[in-house]
Design a protein around this ligand. Structure first.
Ligand code: BGC
Length: 253
């Protein structure tokens, strides 16, 4: 059965946010509802929060969840920024059991990318497009001819200095190390040059919380590739998660 309205939920480092999404329009049907991410973000506590969000909206339809790790056929494979006990868990099943609702789980950057390719900054782009989400971690998603390459983990590439990109230029690093915006932007620029050199995309889209603050860093960016902010700003995760319930048809062919 094809549902137009899906409850999209984005599991982020500081908040778990959800809203019913009109998947045809790519828009939220109501204001989003946010609950702080439990610490530690264990499967039990996070699935409890997701269930609370579905109850808040009195939701009876399908749920799409944007998840901050590698997810294959519902199973969580990595856990850089979440509790390690997630690894090996069938997240789709866990949340389905908890909410009683059909649930589809997808990597958060993949979700944001789907939303932007369908409704936002990547709409109609047939060449290669790299979307980078910057938040607690660095997430990436790569499209070519409008098709998604799932679970790319380019936030974990090692830079020349021997540091993983995510440990050098995420927003969490900026905050934890108390970096000035200029210093953070210089670091992010190093990362973008690496991505440009390795992938030569036609377009780079910046997603996640950072897409709301282009003025803080864009001036320091010196790559030649065209770079734009995600149109859905940090709602791309919620919208993309909702789209993901239909994603097999649209993006994975
Ligand atoms: C994870 C990715 C995720 C990104 C953004 C990274 O640490 O490995 O799977 O997309 O954070 O949440």
């Amino acid at each position: 059965m094809k549902y137009r309205n899906v409850l999209g939920i984005d599991f982020g480092g500081s908040g778990i946010k959800g809203a019913p999404v009109d998947t045809k329009e790519g828009s939220l049907l109501t204001e989003r509802y946010r609950i702080p991410t439990p610490v530690p973000a264990t499967p039990e506590d996070v699935s409890g929060v997701i269930s609370q969000i579905s109850v808040h909206f009195k939701w009876k339809g399908p749920v799409g969840l944007a998840f901050p790790a590698v997810v294959q056929r519902g199973f969580v494979k990595t856990a850089s920024n979440i509790d390690k006990s997630w690894i090996g868990i069938n997240a789709s099943k866990l949340i389905m059991d908890k909410t009683g609702l059909p649930t589809y789980v997808v990597n958060d950057a993949d979700a944001a990318g789907m939303a932007e390719m369908k409704f936002g900054a990547g709409k109609g782009k047939k060449g290669s497009v790299l979307l980078i989400t910057v938040g607690t971690g660095i997430g990436t998603v790569f499209f070519t001819k409008g098709k998604l390459v799932p679970n790319t983990e380019l936030g974990h590439v090692y830079l020349k200095s021997g540091i993983e990109a995510e440990d050098f230029a995420s927003d969490a690093v900026r905050q934890n190390e108390g970096l000035e915006w200029e210093e953070w932007a210089r670091r992010f620029n190093v990362y973008l040059h690496e991505m440009e050199k390795l992938f030569w995309p036609e377009l780079i889209i910046i997603g996640g919380g950072m897409s709301k603050k282009p003025r803080k860093f864009l001036e320091q960016i010196t790559i030649n590739t065209k770079i734009v902010m995600a149109k859905a700003k940090n709602e791309a995760g919620i919208i993309g998660a909702a789209l993901a319930t239909k994603a097999n048809r649209d993006f994975f062919r």
